[in-house]
Design a protein around this ligand. Structure first.
Ligand code: ACO
Length: 325
């Protein structure tokens, strides 16, 4: 029987030009380059300039992914954008991006799962493609986290940055007996009891303001290691592969110590873990496709490789996606 699978046709990413170094932040709040590097691994982050919005970053990444796929915007019949920092409360960044690209077929919408947003968006698109509801999807993670930071709070403002990453997915027939490729499985979780550990203290129907990001970092850290490890072992088991079979791990880029903690817990060699957190900090929903694209560009991730993506974010939300690239 013919089965639909979801092929990764192209990938692209974009970081805004302006780089904010740890030394520059040290002139703003009581922190230091050495504290930030030792506790997080972050060396710098990119910040969207005045007037540059999430949709602008999303558009740049999307155009690069389309080019990489050798496809036109007209080929798209689904756009899913993962973001927590949309240009407006509505319309969605997805529909704005649809108009910008001139992709007039199908549907576009946003998904809000904070740092797990890209994994959630990938799962939405994969399911819609597998059900035949769309043929070619654009999945984007795009954020301007700098706009919801309290730049007087040293415990959060040193951690985040702006950026975008995108993937083009296509439904493909998997012939009988043929090895499945593309998205092999997704696994999504959430637990709403932990809101106070990681949230934004404003919104349209509560304060009428955008609010600022608040986090009890050391507690989030513990949950991150436990939940991320669980999602990785679960998706591997469900997909019938072992952790050792996986060629590359593309984690959400929050903190180098989380990446290393998870790798240690699951006995994964650190050379298999793609880390870009030093260069752009935590870009929330953009971080997984940003890291994935970097590793494709520098030749580490190759066609046919088995890649596991994972993330944890506010909500809490967490999850993983396994793909044969
Ligand atoms: N510079 C200097 N000192 C600082 C800074 C700073 N920027 N920030 C905090 N400190 C101080 C604290 O005040 C505290 O001081 P005290 O001991 O005198 O009270 C001390 O450093 C230790 O603070 P901790 O919070 O315990 O430090 P920790 O080692 O846990 O590192 C960090 C903090 C980097 C935030 C870490 O906990 C972390 O990365 N947590 C996870 C974040 C994460 O994964 N987020 C993912 C989701 S994000 C999303 O969904 C949007």
């Amino acid at each position: 029987m013919t089965e639909l699978s979801t092929r990764i046709a192209g990938i692209g990413s974009y970081l805004p030009e302006r780089i904010l170094t740890n030394d520059e932040i040290s002139a703003m709040v009581d922190t230091s380059d050495s504290w930030i590097r030792e506790r997080t691994g972050i060396r710098q982050r990119h910040i969207a300039g005045e007037g540059i919005t999430t949709c602008d970053l999303a558009e740049r990444a999307a155009r690069r992914a389309l080019e990489d796929a050798g496809l036109e915007a007209d080929d798209l019949d689904l756009i899913v954008v993962a973001t927590t920092t949309p240009d407006f409360t509505f319309p969605s960044v997805g529909t704005m991006l649809q108009a910008r690209l001139g992709a007039m077929k199908g549907a576009a919408f946003d998904v809000q799962a904070v740092c797990t947003g890209f994994v959630y968006a990938l799962a939405m698109a994969d399911n819609m493609l597998a059900r035949g509801q769309a043929k070619t999807a654009l999945v984007v993670g795009a954020e301007t986290m700098s706009r919801i930071l309290d730049w007087t709070d040293r415990s959060t403002c040193v951690l985040f940055g702006d950026g975008a990453g995108a993937m083009v997915l296509q439904a493909a027939d998997t012939g009988e007996g043929a090895e499945r490729s593309g998205i092999l499985g997704t696994y999504l979780r959430s637990d709403g009891r932990f809101k106070d550990l990681l949230h934004v203290d404003g919104g349209p129907s509560s304060t009428g303001t955008v609010g600022h990001l608040r986090m009890v970092g050391n507690q989030v850290f513990r949950h991150a290691i436990t939940n991320i490890s669980e999602s990785m072992t679960t998706i591997a088991k469900r997909s019938g592969v072992s952790i050792e079979d996986i060629d590359w791990f593309v984690p959400h880029q929050a903190n180098q110590r989380i990446l290393e903690g998870v790798a240690r817990k699951l006995s994964i060699p650190t050379e298999k873990v793609i880390s870009t957190v030093a260069d752009h900090g935590n870009t929330s929903a953009a971080s997984v496709p940003l890291a994935f694209d970097r590793a494709v560009q520098d030749g580490r991730i190759k066609r046919g490789d088995l890649v596991l993506m994972e993330a944890l974010g506010g909500g809490f939300t967490w999850g993983a996606a396994l793909a044969r690239f």
